[in-house]
Structures are given as C-alpha cells and as structure tokens.
Design a protein around this ligand. Structure first.
Ligand code: ATP
Ligand code: MG
Length: 541
C-alpha cells in the first residue's frame, strides 16, 4: 500500500489525555482516533492490526471446531427480561427505544440472544454438543472508560457459546477452548497468564481469565515463582499452617489484656444478598470480599455500616472467622475504633458457632496454594475469559433438549470471550520503545516498510517502486512515497513500528539497500538481489 494514499494522521507530540503507552502511541502513530469517551475509529493502520488479530482468532476457533455466525447488536428488552438481567445489569447496559416506544438494549454480551436462537433448534441430545461464535461490536456504558481501547464503551469482542447435554462434554469443550486461547494469545505475541478467576455476575462455576502482563493492568495476579499456579488475587487460596503454641488458654475476659498487633482480632461487617454478616480476622490481614461472598454462596456483597459485639449478636447475623484465628491464643477482640470488646478470646472455644474458613487476601511471599514455590504479584490486562456457565440461561429461558430416554433437560452452556480491540492495545502496551510501536510480525499492519530517502531522486524512486511491486507478492508492504524529509519519514516509520524497514538511499544506483530490524535496531546493507533472503533472516530471528 502507498502511504500517500492512506490516512495516517501522525502527531509529533503526545496527546494530552493519553494515560498509558499503548493509548499514546496508537493515537500518535495514527492507528486510532477518539470520537467520544470510550468510542473510537480504527484508522487504516489500526484496522489492519484488528483484522490480523481476528484472522488468528478465526483460525484457532475453526481448528477448535467452532462455527461462526453473526447476531444483532440491537436486542429487544423482552429477552433481557426473561433472565432478569434488564434490571440486574444496571447502567452499563446501553438502552434505547424504537419509534414505537419499545425498549431495546445494545448488546453488552449475547447469552440471552443466543439462548433464544438455540432453544427451538437444539432440542435433542443428537444435535449436541455445538459451539458457535461471532466477532462483533459490543456496547457497555462503562463508568470510567479509559486507557484508549483498553476500556471502551464500544469495543470489538469475539464471543463463543457452547451447548451440551452433559457436564463431561462441557468439561471437554472448556479444555479445548483453554488451549485455543493459549494459542491465540501466543500467536499475538503476548506475554500472558491464564488465571483462576471469579465468575461474578454472569453465574457459573469454573472460569479462567487470560491476563496480558502489564503495569497498567487493572487486575492483580497472584502467581507462583516456581510453578504454573496463577490466580486472580481475589481467588488465590491462603494455605493454613498451624502454629504450635505452649500457651495455656485463659478464661475469657479475666487476667491481663494482651497488647500487640499480633494478638488483635478485628471485625468486618457485610451484607451478602439479604444476609447480615460479621467476619472476624487477624490484624495485619485483609478481608477478601469475594471469598466471603463465595462461602455464603451469595451473588452480591457490600460493606455494612454497623458496629457491635459478636458475643451479643442476634441469630439474624451470620458469624464467620478467618482460618488464621485458629493460631491466635488468648486474643484481644477490638471494635472498629480500636476499643477492646473482649480479651483472652479463643475463637474456637468462645464462639463455637462461628464458621471458620479461608476469608482473607493472599500476600506476596505467602506459600503458593499448590504447594510449589512462593507467591508473587503482577498486574494484568484481562484479554479473555472462559466460563462454565451451566444451566443458568437455559433454566431462565426454557432452553431444553430431550435426552436418550426422552426426558426433557436444560441445555448446559459454556461461554468464551476475547476482547479483540483490547488485545490490540495490550499488544501495543507490551511492544513499544521510546521511539514508538514495535509490532510482532504476526499482527504488524505491514511487515515491510520501504522508505526512499529522497523522493525526488529518480534512481531511488525507481528502485523503491520495483521493490514494492516485487515484495508485495509475498509480504504486506507499505511504501512511503510521500515527498517528505528523510528524518520525518524515519521517525514516522519507527513510530508506526513495522518489523522491517528498507531504506533506499544514495547507493540505489549500485543496487544496494539497507534493512533495519525495528525491534533490535540492527541494520544491514544488502544487494537488491539478496533482499528476500535478508528479510527471511530478519523475520526468523
Ligand atoms: P472487565 O472486568 O475488564 O470489565 P469483563 O470481565 O466484564 O471485563 P467479559 O464480560 O468477560 O468482560 O468480556 C469478555 C472480554 O471482553 C474481556 O475479557 C475483555 O477482553 C473484553 N472487554 C470487556 N469489557 C471491555 C471494555 N470495556 N473495553 C474493551 N474490551 C472489553
Ligand atoms: Mg471477564
């Protein structure tokens, strides 16, 4: 493609509103432009990368036996009423009315729509399993759209849905999708980790998130320094290790009050769905609300503005205690203001009705939950997630099939998402330097960027045109045919970040050109006749 014919509006300065490297460079290099908060155009260069990512996703999805379809973005409210999500989803769901006053949503996700499609069709075990996917624009009115494409309000997602007659079939599919996702993100050149995650509001049990490692990531990952273990920090189990103590248990509220942080038992108050909850934990630890929510099998949890004495609590409050309290002998129970409520407290003895569980956050330096190595933290960008949903949507929407015995059963579902536009940003976040973007060859907008030093020089122009013609047979080639100063063209080539730059300069007449590896900066002069060999060598490094 000829650069003079493309819309590549590069900027000399960093855009003032850009909060991270990918946002800064994608705007500066002319890949994207913002139209409104969290709503972007993909300019020609950006759209080429999107299409390359999509091609990798399609290839891996087809290899995994998934079939592509395309569903509407505009979805009637009735479907969302069937599952109750018209109300549950909240202000993130973009809503609109048609001319007759009927309510619609712009698809934030497509579980309802696809379930409505299959419920009349996949009505026999003979038609199952099946996995369908689409690549489509999604809408979410995010509270804080930011970081360019990383958190948009309109974004491109690949979403897949699988349908099964038994849980084993779902397990098998989940594993296939897990492997396909690993292939996709590897092929995109991402440094990533699949992590154990929480299923949140979507429902279901097993779920993994695929995290691209990056400082700007909004999630914290806990991973082992010596094994494959990795989990979303909220999901990482804390291993309990009993500490032997020779101390005798003293009667409650008698004798001395023990000072010191390590003897302090703290209290947290929560509301989980409709239940009031009191959580006791050891000072120095932090309550993990996701664990509290999951122990109670609740869908939602929030802090409860309350204070009180757990010894004088009503039956309407559920009492939980973190496992670490088993190691606190003759502890001191403090209220929110640090005032002593009771002392010489031994939780298992004094509060036997307290349910003891793992309720606190893991810490850096803790032993890894799989028993191998030590926990470290890293920041990550969620580029994909896979879920075993189960029958939540089939139950709500009456999607049933007849099993081998002619009995009607709800269809078992899995769902699998990838943020295509977020993946583009995540790649840019991991692949850049002080001069601009440095695309992995698999997703680069062009593989080769030909830059004649002097556009007015006939020999340089001719050779550049010949190379362009010739190399375009095997590679995606961008020819900088603009009448610009060499310095400007070089700087922009670095900013755009194609893997190989070919400079056609003074030695054009002798049939000599120069190749530059964008990533390593390595430069090499070579004869025109050997250019293909040299490109192959550069690309295989
Ligand atoms: P997040 O926790 O970041 O809000 P999510 O868990 O709500 O994301 P999913 O419902 O799992 O997102 O959607 C599947 C994928 O779509 C995500 O893994 C992510 O890559 C992408 N995605 C979700 N929200 C956005 C967004 N606002 N902008 C860009 N990509 C997004
Ligand atoms: Mg998710």
């Amino acid at each position: 493609m000829r650069q003079s014919q493309m819309l590549v509006p590069t900027l000399k300065e960093n855009p003032a509103d850009a909060e991270c490297a990918s946002h800064r460079y994608l705007v500066r290099a002319g890949f994207i432009r913002q139209t409104a908060a969290g709503i972007y155009s993909y300019l020609p260069l950006g759209y080429r990368v999107i299409r390359k990512i999509e091609a990798i996703v399609r290839d891996e999805m087809e290899k995994a036996g998934c079939v592509e379809l395309l569903m509407p973005a505009m979805q009637p409210a009735e479907l969302w009423h069937e599952t109750g999500r018209w109300h549950v989803y909240g202000p993130e769901l973009m809503r609109l009315k048609d001319r007759h006053g009927r309510d619609f949503a712009l698809g934030a996700t497509h579980e309802e729509l696809i379930t409505s499609l299959v419920r009349d069709e996949l009505n026999s075990y003979k038609k199952l399993p099946m996995t369908l996917y689409q690549i489509q624009t999604k809408y979410r009115d995010e509270r804080r759209p930011r970081f360019g494409l990383l958190r948009g309000r309109e974004f491109i997602m690949k979403d897949a849905y699988s349908f099964h007659s038994n849980p084993e079939s779902l397990d098998e599919r989940y594993q296939i999708m897990y492997e396909a996702y690993k292939n996709i993100f590897s092929r995109c050149g991402l440094d990533f980790r699949p992590v154990i995650a929480d299923s949140g509001a979507i429902g279901g049990k097993d779920t993994h998130e695929f995290m691209a490692l990056a400082e700007v990531g909004e999630d914290t990952i806990a991973y082992s320094d010596s094994s494959d273990y990795a989990a979303n920090i909220e999901m990482a189990a804390v291993l309990f290790k009993e500490e032997k103590s020779d101390e005798a248990l003293l009667p409650l509220d008698t004798g001395d009050v023990k000072a010191g942080e390590e003897n302090s038992i703290k209290i947290g108050w929560y509301r989980a769905d409709d239940t009031n909850v009191c959580v006791l934990y050891r000072a120095g630890n932090e309550i993990n609300e996701v664990k509290v929510k999951n122990v109670l099998d609740a869908a939602m949890i929030e802090e409860w503005a309350h204070d009180g004495d757990p010894f004088e609590m009503k039956d309407s409050v559920v009492l939980l205690a973190d496992q670490a309290l088993k190691n606190v002998v003759n502890g001191r129970l403090d209220n929110k203001n640090g005032e002593v409520l009771h002392y010489n407290v031994n939780v298992e003895r004094d509060l036997p009705h307290a349910r003891i569980a793992d309720l606190c956050m893991i810490k850096e330096g803790d032993p890894s939950p799989d028993g191998v190595g030590t926990i470290r933290f890293a920041r990550g960008i969620e580029v994909g997630q896979i879920f075993k949903i189960g029958t939540k949507y089939a139950d709500a929407m009456g999607a049933n099939f007849l099993d081998e015995n002619g009995k009607s059963q709800p269809i078992i579902m899995g769902c699998y998402g990838i943020g295509i536009s977020r993946t583009l940003s995540a790649i840019a976040e991991q692949h850049h330097d002080e001069f601009g973007l440095v695309w992995p060859k698999s997703v680069a907008p062009f593989t080769v960027h030909i830059v004649p030093v002097n556009a007015k020089n006939e020999a340089q122009k001719l050779l550049s045109e010949q190379l362009y013609e010739h190399l375009s047979r095997d590679y995606d080639v961008l020819l900088d045919d603009r009448d610009e100063r060499a310095g400007v063209k070089f700087a922009e080539a670095d900013l755009i970040g194609c893997p190989i730059r070919i400079t056609v300069g003074k030695k054009a007449q002798e049939g000599l050109i120069e190749l530059k590896d964008r990533r390593t900066g390595e430069q090499r002069e070579c004869a025109v006749s050997e250019v293909e060999e040299a490109i192959r060598e550069f690309l295989n490094k």
